[in-house]
Design a protein around this ligand. Structure first.
Ligand code: B12
Length: 470
């Protein structure tokens, strides 16, 4: 019997940013099924939004939803819709993993943390069991569900060894000219606002050979730029050297441009040498603040504004584009301290910059702080965690004790003007112009393409197509 799995995203259909890349979570879960439960036949669908016509058309056995916190309201809505058609609902991703208590009555099972193993154990049972009962799933680690009104959370699932992490199955959704790849899971640093470094458990660095295999896979699809979306790509220097050597030996650097993430105090001449060898054309830094006290508060003791300045300089001099993100609105940050950040952006050779308001993501010390102050709970409307301040100026949680919402909006707009000005100057020379083109295409297509159902028949099928435009 063929088992039909419908993967459902919860992204904002109107946000160009959230739609810029195809997601990899369905690809990793499918790869997990192939690895841990290879004998079953499946049909897969992927949609960015769930609707009744999609359910009727695809007729899934199970609806599988992923959600970050700010999109959890949509996740709840989709779970309800699927349940109304009497379909089994699984939810996973970072939100439910940190806050299993937010599982709703319409979600049958929540999967906590890394998904591949737990998901395949659950699907293994569901796809072979005619009558579902809670008894059959209670021995699976890393899940949560309700039993007689009580939330059950089973023991923690072991994380995968680095050698067990599979290549994602990319055929379901396809690829783009600027695509992305993961070469590690986790991050050894613990920035106070970051949930992901607390999510993946210990950092696992995938082998250089494994990464090259995946790059070749993307090259088959005519990719031109590959971004390493790791939390910290350059965190392991010996491995970085090996990756650079292999990319160079195989001549991949003649065909592909790369971008990656980095941490300022790990940038030195040696690292830059490896990045150049690989043909890295842009680096993203979380510089966070131009003020020493705030920077230490956000990122810890071992980094300073001088490290940030030096990293920007070294990268710029090596002709690598430097993009950076910053956070304003720390609890006791003064306006003068925010202006230090403004001046840092103004006076340093940065191309594209992002300004975020400090958001209390579940799982972080900032969440705990906001909870202690009564600003968040398990029952909030999750839209308020939207990290795009542009979209929720009126409802975002303000952690500042020094500035009012009005004052924060005013200074944010000042940053926004600077950001815009920098971007206009950077764009013509930027290797990431390709994103601007994608943004325009997205804008023109945003209503039509977003309801498409992507379809794959079984794991090895590479003739995947958008089966239906509903
Ligand atoms: C790449 C990335 C993006 C890409 C996403 C590309 C795409 N279309 O999916 C872009 C740049 C577009 C993006 C956008 C956003 N992102 Co982002 N992003 C990341 C990043 C760096 C990696 C995510 C990823 O693809 N990982 C690889 C996949 C395989 O991991 P995964 O999605 O977590 O899935 C695994 C498990 O979580 C689990 N799983 C996930 N879903 C499900 C579902 C089921 C049913 C099961 C069983 C398992 C399961 O199994 C998977 C395999 O192990 C993470 C940080 C990180 N390292 O995780 C932040 C992160 C997820 N992003 C974050 C945020 C806030 C956003 C935005 C809201 C930002 C914004 N301003 O709009 C949007 C929301 C987009 C969305 N997906 O809803 C936060 C989420 C925080 C939170 N607690 O909510 C993170 C954690 C970064 C952080 N600041 O800490 N992001």
């Amino acid at each position: 019997m063929v088992y039909k799995i419908l993967f459902v995203d919860t992204i904002d259909l109107l946000s160009d940013f959230e739609n810029r890349y195809f997601p990899l979570w369905p690809g990793y879960l499918i790869a997990g099924l192939k690895k841990f439960d290879p004998d079953q036949s499946y049909e897969f669908g992927y949609v960015k939004t769930l609707s009744v016509p999609i359910i009727k058309n695809f007729k899934p056995d199970v609806v599988v939803i992923s959600s970050v916190s700010q999109n959890f309201e949509r996740a709840k809505q989709f779970a309800k819709l699927a349940k109304e058609s009497d379909i089994f609902v699984i939810i996973g991703g970072i939100h439910i993993s940190f806050l299993p208590t937010t599982l709703t009555e319409h979600m049958d099972v929540g999967i906590i943390g890394e998904g591949e193993k737990t998901f395949s154990e659950l699907i293994n049972i569901l796809s072979r069991t005619d009558i579902y009962s809670k008894n059959v799933i209670k021995n699976i680690k890393g899940i949560c569900y309700y039993e007689q009104g009580q939330l059950i959370i089973t023991d923690k699932q072991e994380i995968l060894k680095d050698s067990e992490i599979p290549h994602p199955f990319r055929m379901l959704v396809g690829s783009r000219k600027h695509d992305y790849i993961f070469s590690s899971r986790g991050c050894p640093f613990k920035c106070v606002f970051c949930s992901t470094c607390r999510y993946w458990g210990s950092t696992r660095w995938l082998s250089p050979e494994f990464i090259i295999e995946e790059i070749y896979e993307l090259m088959k699809n005519d990719v031109k730029i590959i971004s390493f979306y790791d939390d910290l790509f350059i965190g392991n220097k010996p491995r970085l050297k090996e990756i650079a050597d292999l990319i160079d030996q195989k001549g991949i650097n003649k065909k592909i441009q790369f971008t990656c993430s980095a941490r300022a105090n790990l940038i030195d001449d040696e690292t830059i040498g490896y990045l150049k060898k690989m043909n890295v054309v842009a680096v993203g830094l979380g510089l966070e603040s131009g003020n020493q006290r705030i920077l230490r508060y956000l990122k810890g003791e071992n980094i300073g504004v001088e490290d940030n300045k030096k990293a920007v300089c070294l990268l710029h001099n090596a002709n690598i584009q430097v993009n950076a993100s910053f956070i304003i609105g720390s609890p006791d940050e003064t306006i003068e301290e925010m202006l230090d950040t403004y001046n840092f952006i103004k006076n340093n050779k940065l191309s594209f910059t992002e300004i975020f308001l400090l958001v209390p993501f579940p799982g972080t010390p900032i969440w705990d702080l906001a909870k202690d102050r009564g600003l968040v709970s398990d029952n909030i409307n999750w839209d308020v965690l939207n990290s795009n301040f542009e979209k929720n100026m009126k409802s975002a949680i303000i952690l500042s004790t020094k500035l009012t919402r009005k004052e924060i909006i005013k200074i944010y707009k000042k940053f926004r003007r600077l950001r815009f000005y920098k971007a206009i100057i950077a764009l013509p020379k930027s290797p990431l112009k390709i994103d601007a083109l994608q943004m325009i295409i997205f804008f023109l297509n945003r209503f039509r393409k977003n309801t498409k159902l992507f379809y794959a028949k079984n794991i090895d099928d590479d003739s995947i197509s958008d089966r239906a435009a509903l």
